[in-house]
Design a protein around this ligand. Structure first.
Ligand SMILES: Nc1nc2c(c(=O)[nH]1)N[C@@H](CN(C=O)c1ccc(C(=O)N[C@@H](CCC(=O)O)C(=O)O)cc1)CN2
Length: 295
């Protein structure tokens, strides 16, 4: 008899799910506008990294799609920490901006934590201000009425909206970056999700056996193809979050952390691109709408 996961993994379609979330948000934005609240997303982009420019342009397009106003602040690559802090202060005090992000990474030499700490926590659309991360640490079972980090939220929404229950599951997270790895465990272990989490990183001994023990794998390292089919338990759910640029036949292309062939072993797999990325963008909009609803 065939096991239920034999054959190709089910695709966790981030584009389709994000589009559904945006439809829901459009209605909430209309309701906000009807009571005189106009949500506005601000972005601060420093320098001319082409990928960052693409991501920021995408955020403004998304805003237009759901009826959120957008405010764009672009600073030259030579900007000092003081210049960036001044832009942060401008958005902190701009009433038209109800939430905003500072696009990462910032240029070398700029203290990213200092910039993130200067953001008004109530306007922190990325959920990366220490006060908002701290609330996530402190509130295990209560409602959290402050912004949550977008990519961890995106992973959970993508899995749950596919009807996959995370309660009681063993989740192995690979990668300890601030935007995903370090915070996703806090969300997954909250009482309403109730998963058990192991956080692995470059210092982890025998990564393969840790990953092989997982019901759910969240791969967020940025090392192309690090998760190979032999490392995945048959029937596991795999979220491919990390992105890197690789060269294939002399052409640059995006690659995820998950190697070819994992779709032959996993029960469900998020593609990359087309999985967690579009969901992250949709959950950023959700953070903006929720912040405006709290006004
Ligand atoms: N302030 C922040 N900076 C950065 C974040 C973040 O969440 N907040 N995350 C990344 C970049 N990022 C959003 O800013 C982001 C990257 C990629 C995608 C996405 O949808 N990717 C597509 C593929 C895109 C392509 O083809 O080029 C996909 O996965 O399908 C969304 C958001 C670092 N900085």
């Amino acid at each position: 008899m065939r096991a239920p996961w034999e054959g190709k993994a089910r695709v966790l379609d981030g584009k389709a799910t994000a589009s559904q979330i945006k439809t829901e948000l459009r209605e909430r934005v209309e309701a906000l506008r009807a009571r005189g609240v106009v949500p506005g997303l601000g972005t601060i982009l420093v320098g001319d990294d082409p990928a960052s420019h693409t991501y920021v342009a995408g955020k403004h397009r998304d805003c237009q799609e759901v009826g959120i106003e957008s405010i764009r602040v672009d600073l030259p690559g030579e900007s000092t920490e003081a210049d960036i802090l001044a832009a942060v202060e401008r958005l902190n005090t701009d009433d038209a901006c109800t939430g905003y992000i500072v696009q990462l990474p910032l240029p070398n030499g700029v203290d990213t934590n200092r910039i993130l700490e200067a953001i008004d926590p109530a306007k922190d659309a990325d959920g990366l201000h220490p006060m908002n991360l701290g609330r996530l640490v402190l509130r295990v079972s209560e409602e959290i009425d402050s912004p949550l980090p977008c990519t961890p939220r995106a992973v959970i929404e993508l899995v749950e909206r596919a009807g996959i229950d995370l309660a009681g599951k063993d989740v192995v997270v690979v990668g300890r970056g601030v935007t995903v790895g370090r915070s996703i465990g806090l969300l997954l272990t909250r009482k309403y999700v109730n998963a058990t989490v192991t956080l692995c990183h470059t210092g982890t001994r025998d990564l393969a056996s840790k990953v092989r023990s997982a019901d759910v794998v969240v791969a967020a390292t940025g090392a192309a193809g690090i998760i190979t089919p032999d490392m995945v338990k048959p029937g596991a759910v795999v979220l491919d979050v990390g992105v890197s640029r690789v060269e294939v036949d002399g052409k640059a292309r995006l690659a995820g952390d998950v190697a070819d062939g994992v779709d032959e072993v996993a029960l469900a797999l998020s593609p990359n691109p087309g999985g967690v990325g579009p969901m992250t963008r949709a959950l950023l909009l959700a953070n903006v709408v929720e912040a405006a609803e709290r006004l």
